[in-house]
Design a protein around this ligand. Structure first.
Ligand SMILES: [Zn+2]
Length: 275
């Protein structure tokens, strides 16, 4: 099946009030878990890789494998750079074969964010790929700066991004207390930009009824990293404990871990698709 860009996955999703899951992967097993889940659900999926892996050859090495897996998959798959920190990483991703990139300038002043995101979007489009930007700041555990509607509109129009991450109360990582998700703000941004797929970062652990509400109101991509990685680690640990020091070939060892990852991702993909 085809390796696709965000546009092909997210435009129909936005129109149909559903979302595509975007899962961070870091190795063969986490990638396989996502793909098995998407194939089982007959749903498209986005595989994304952390920016820090672009600081070394890891991201390009991974891409070789991911491309091969994606082309073999029975569902459309996009390969995406998550939270690109600089134009250099964007260029590395596009050269390596990722079909989509995010440039995260959300910590910068508005004009600076617009400027660098537009450069990233232009690079992506020139390569036949797509770009995601972020306006407002999704924080790392503390309160972020919520996205202002008029800034979101100007940001989208000026940068030409294909998908836009907005800050509406979710945070990265796990929550310390129940988050206040601003569904009204999400709806206002969506109404002002009726064709643009919006992105929810910090999906891990967000109450599902809130996720449903924002999918009804413009969110077409939901990022899942922490809870998926957690399932991978916990399941690996449980298998190690079972092994109790005995030898098992590595591929066999990871089979049940991949199954646990796939089950986790499938549950979310189903939910995002409104099934
Ligand atoms: Zn994020």
């Amino acid at each position: 099946m085809a390796l696709v860009t965000l546009k092909e996955l997210l435009l129909p999703a936005r129109r149909e009030k559903r979302a595509v899951g975007a899962f961070n992967v870091a190795n063969y097993e986490t990638a396989l878990g996502v793909l098995h889940a998407a194939e089982g659900e007959k749903s498209p999926v986005i595989i994304q890789v952390y920016d820090r892996l672009f600081a070394s050859c890891k991201a390009a090495d991974l891409c070789g494998m991911l491309e091969r897996l994606a082309r073999r998959a029975s569902v459309p798959v996009a390969l995406h750079l998550d939270h690109g920190s600089c134009l250099e990483h964007v260029a590395v991703a596009l050269k390596a074969g990722y079909t989509s990139v995010m440039l995260d300038g959300s910590k910068l002043a508005f004009e600076e964010n617009v400027k660098i995101t537009k450069l990233a979007a232009d690079l992506a489009h020139a390569a036949g790929c797509t770009a995601e930007g972020e306006i407002g700041h999704v924080a790392q555990g503390d309160e972020g700066a919520l996205t202002r509607v008029h800034e979101a509109v100007e940001f989208a129009r000026t940068t030409g991004v294909d998908a836009m991450a907005i800050s509406i109360g979710t945070v990265h990582g796990y929550y310390r207390e129940e988050p206040m998700i601003d569904v009204v703000r999400c709806a206002e941004i969506a109404n002002a930009l009726p064709e643009l797929p919006l992105v929810l970062h910090g999906g891990s652990g967000t109450p599902l009824e809130k996720v449903r509400a924002v999918i009804e109101n413009g969110i077409a991509k939901v990022n899942i990293a922490t809870e998926y990685m957690d399932t991978y680690l916990k399941s690996s640990y449980a298998e190690l404990k079972k092994l109790d020091g005995k030898f098992l070939p590595t591929d066999k060892f990871y089979d049940p871990v991949v199954d646990a990852c796939a089950a986790h991702a499938a549950r979310l993909i189903r939910f995002f698709a409104g099934k």
